[in-house]
Design a protein. Structure first.
Length: 302
């Protein structure tokens, strides 16, 4: 590879150096929001970049903590925005990875009690994981009015716009059993529409237990890709817009990382992390920085 490229250096990279980096990797992982699209509009250059990477024989994966929609819905969105060659197998959401974990890694024998929405339920159903069906609640109902299922062996917490105290109480009752698994789709506490971190924190406080997190920056999302596609960390590149999830995820998994500046994090934050004495902040420093995914297009056409 022409030109030595430093690691964890927050290096602004373009042109030939970016082309060399892409040539050195077989697997390219992209976050979606702020990297591939912004709302209902593709980031300029994203459609062509994904297509060219695939034409060059790269394995392209999309990794997202958004658990509110199933993978079928993601495929529909990619198609709606103009992406013509994104397949369901390319998408690894926190909802899908939660279902994979319960079925293939935990080998769950029993049902899951879910705090979450349709995206999670649909992925569990498609994976063949049994769960407690949503039950209508009568106004004024308390936990003493609710018989608990005896075959619940896991509690899964995801974003739930109908979250209430009764769901919290039920989950706490199930988690009294130390053998009952406690997993969370993602740790995102800040997003008002899809983050489940604050709901997980409430349950962790109430039960004095820690959830096993499926989404970024946990390693499991990459382990899920590896188990299905044989991806090697040394041959993989993570591209994201958030330091504390995307870039930390890449570092935790041993991947090279690129921060794009079209989303949440700014280069000043990355540089501050580089100068920090905090090990976690130092891990949330990208190897490289680009203005946008459009820079990939310039490199691929060079």
């Amino acid at each position: 590879m022409a030109g030595a490229l430093s690691s964890r250096g927050c290096i602004k990279i373009r042109g030939p150096q970016l082309r060399d980096l892409l040539d050195s990797k077989c697997n390219i992982l992209f976050d979606c929001d702020g990297v591939i699209w912004e709302g209902e509009k593709a980031i300029p250059g994203a459609i062509e970049v994904v297509s060219l990477l695939k034409k060059h024989g790269k394995n392209v994966f999309f990794v997202t903590n958004n658990c509110t929609r199933p993978r079928d819905s993601y495929v529909q969105k990619f198609t709606r925005l103009g992406f013509t060659d994104v397949q369901k197998r390319d998408i690894f959401s926190s909802a899908y990875c939660s279902a994979v974990y319960l079925k293939d890694f935990a080998n769950l024998q029993g049902k899951v009690f879910v705090i979450g929405g349709d995206g999670v339920y649909k992925e569990l159903r498609e994976a063949g994981v049994s769960f407690v069906e949503s039950e209508p609640e009568t106004p004024g109902m308390t936990i003493s009015d609710c018989p608990l299922h005896t075959d619940v062996r896991a509690v899964l917490v995801a974003y739930d716009e109908d979250f209430n105290f009764l769901k919290l109480a039920k989950a706490c009752c199930y988690l009294r059993d130390s053998e009952c698994l406690f997993i969370a789709s993602d740790p995102d506490p800040w997003h008002p529409v899809r983050g489940s971190g604050s709901l997980t924190a409430a349950l962790e406080t109430a039960t004095n237990r820690k959830a096993t997190v499926m989404g970024k920056p946990s390693r499991f999302m990459f382990e899920c890709i590896t188990s299905q596609c044989g991806a090697d960390a040394a041959q993989s590149l993570m591209v994201g817009d958030r330091l504390e999830t995307d870039i930390l995820f890449g570092a935790n998994c041993g991947l090279s990382t690129v921060l794009t500046l079209t989303g949440v994090s700014r280069i000043e934050e990355a540089q501050a992390n580089l100068e920090s004495d905090c090990p976690e902040k130092q891990n949330a420093v990208p190897d490289y920085v680009v203005d946008s995914i459009g820079d990939f297009l310039l490199a691929l056409k060079a």
